[in-house]
Design a protein around this ligand. Structure first.
Ligand code: MTE
Ligand code: MO
Length: 199
């Protein structure tokens, strides 16, 4: 077990942990939800990408399961200052979904069952940086953590990883999502400590 950030050494130590500024390690997996947990069965669940112009494209659970999946091993960083290292997920890269979408909209709004939203640029969803995940540590994703499926965008603070993900609407112009509208940073890069608007 290693709990020393490389900041203490001032140089990279291979035994030290890559911890973004202002974060501490947790071994647990805290649950953070604004509002009630959403109970969505896989029969009901679907995922829709809606371009600003053109037809929406929808995937049922079975259709998503037929897509190529990947094992994802990443660190996750919550704006409330916990970081969890080496989490394992299985899911489908957003690149795979976006192969079917023709859009020149640069911004995305992610929508969840229950009404949660979060905004990010399209370029942060593609290029092997984001997934729709449905397994955590080899088990079906627990409902508290967004099961049956959530977005995983580990290079940004974890509030961008929408639980119970339902769809993405493409936009020509950026707009704040739920937490972004309450003063969280619009982008949320943990390495630059972009926690709140103005950071
Ligand atoms: N639908 C939905 N997704 C959400 C949230 C939420 O309240 N609703 N909270 C966000 C926040 S602030 C964090 S830190 C993570 C927490 O995920 P966890 O509960 O699996 O740790 O989910 C994010 N995704
Ligand atoms: Mo959070």
């Amino acid at each position: 077990m290693v709990t020393i950030s490389r900041g203490f050494f001032g140089h990279h130590d291979s035994r030290a942990v890559d911890l973004p500024p202002g974060q501490h390690l947790t071994n647990g997996f805290p649950v953070l939800t604004a509002g009630p947990t959403q109970l969505i069965s896989t029969e009901v669940w679907s995922f829709t990408i809606t371009p600003e112009i053109g037809d929406p494209r929808r995937w049922s659970w079975e259709e998503m399961m037929a897509l190529p999946s990947e094992e994802i091993n990443v660190d996750i960083h919550c704006v409330t200052r916990w970081t969890k290292l080496g989490t394992h997920w299985r899911g489908v890269a957003l690149d795979t979904f976006f192969e079917d979408i023709a859009t020149d909209n640069e911004y995305a709004m992610v929508h969840s069952y229950g009404g949660y939203t979060t905004n990010l640029p399209l370029e942060d969803l593609v290029g092997g940086k984001a997934w729709i995940v449905y397994e955590y540590e080899g088990e079906p994703l627990q409902v508290e953590h967004g099961g049956p499926a959530r977005l995983l965008v580990p290079h940004l603070y974890f509030w961008k990883s929408a639980k119970w993900v339902k769809g993405i609407t493409m936009q020509r112009f950026d707009e704040p999502g739920f937490w972004e509208g309450f003063g969280y940073h619009n982008y949320g890069n943990p390495w630059r400590e972009e926690r709140y608007a103005g950071d």
